[in-house]
Design a protein. Sequence first.
Length: 192
Amino acid sequence: MGGYVNNAGLFLVDTLFGLYILVVLIRFLLQWLRADVYNPVSRFIVTITNPPLRPLRRFIPGIWGIDLASVVLLLGLSMIKSWLLFAMIGQSIPLPGLLVYSIGELLQLTVYVFIFTILIRVVLSWIAPHQGYNPTLRLLYDLTEPIMAPARRLIPPIAALDISPIVVFIFLYLTLILIVQPILDFGVGLIR
């Protein structure tokens, strides 16, 4: 019975922290990419992430257009989540391993956010290519266009078919394999 309760606890910690980390990461990316702040979806994200960010901003200023308070919050939440998960399975983690592993997890999540938003954008372009204004679609466009535009310049549409998402997917998966996974492996090595 204890194994089931422990598994349920691991699931809850991973899910609840993971969802909030995802929302804070999306807020950070939308700010960094200068997405529409008056969009209803943006307003929702800002509203649910303001409580921990507002006090952090008093002590941590932004620099070069990067919201460092969001970065600190993301790193802190990721470290707490990892520490809790490892503690629940009875493993202690040294701080350097926890830090490196958390950075790797955040980078991995960032890449997956771009992969899934581009995939959603591609599928929606097939289903409803000329749909009117939709706040969620507008945010998807704002989030993905900084990555898609250079790929589109590199490979223009061929016979009205845009294959630039394939190039972006290849780049993102190579990033996961060549950059993110070694950081995660290094963090795990520091934990053992």
